[in-house]
Design a protein around this ligand. Structure first.
Ligand SMILES: CC(C)(COP(=O)(O)OP(=O)(O)OC[C@H]1O[C@@H](n2cnc3c(N)ncnc32)[C@H](O)[C@@H]1OP(=O)(O)O)[C@@H](O)C(=O)NCCC(=O)NCCS
Length: 184
């Protein structure tokens, strides 16, 4: 089943809700390797207020109830990697497999295109089947692998490095996209 989702940039007032969702996903999905989610929303709110062209925090909300169901953190690379941006995703467990992750990746590609970003990258632990499948399904290629780079819960996992051109991600139109930012 798919769900109607609207994606928008986070504002300072969203800080507590975003950290709450990231904290929940970090606990529910240890292989997401979302560590170090801050407890205090104040500095995060200030950071959200200062977001320029160096990155974005994108929120997916269920249209019907305006419930926050997913977050994408897009962070532009430094110096000579400024034409790239790294993408991290977190979707609430109850909202998975309904197209929310797909909508966030597409929104990240739109943000990237507006900012002159040419490539999106993502880092995934080798045991994280959902994320491996998602990036594979959305046109990302595996561009590198760091064996045993991630220790999660006492076990070692490879870090799988994905990459895709922004233009290619944008061209991969979601079949049910009705209008920009809304997926059914
Ligand atoms: C990975 C994650 C973001 C996927 O979000 P999602 O909203 O469930 O993904 P979508 O519903 O948009 O899935 C899009 C496609 O990805 C693939 N996919 C996603 N989850 C999958 C799974 N568990 N098993 C197999 N394929 C999967 C499918 O091809 C799917 O398309 P389909 O449902 O039409 O078959 C979500 O599982 C999550 O938040 N996991 C914990 C955090 C994390 O691991 N983040 C990634 C680190 S960057």
């Amino acid at each position: 089943m798919t769900v109607a989702v609207r994606v928008r940039a986070a504002a300072p007032a969203d800080a507590a809700a975003v950290l709450d969702l990231l904290g929940r996903v970090a606990r529910e999905s240890p292989l997401a390797a979302l560590e170090g989610v801050p407890a205090d929303p104040e500095p995060f709110a200030r950071a959200l207020g200062r977001m320029g062209d160096g990155g974005a925090v994108l929120l997916a909300e269920e249209v019907a109830e305006a419930t926050l169901v997913g977050v994408a953190v897009v962070a532009r690379g430094p110096g000579p990697a400024r034409h790239t941006a790294n993408l991290s995703l977190a979707v609430a467990e109850a909202a998975r497999r309904r197209g929310v992750g797909r909508a966030l990746v597409r929104a990240a590609a739109e943000w990237g295109a507006e900012q002159g970003v040419e490539r999106l990258t993502a880092s995934v632990a080798s045991g994280n089947g959902a994320a491996l499948a998602l990036f594979g399904a959305l046109g990302f290629s595996i561009e590198g692998r760091r064996p045993g780079h991630l220790r999660i819960g006492g076990a070692l996992y490879d870090e799988v490095l994905f990459g895709a051109g922004v233009a290619e991600v944008r061209a991969r139109r979601a079949p049910a996209l009705r209008r920009p930012g809304v997926v059914r």
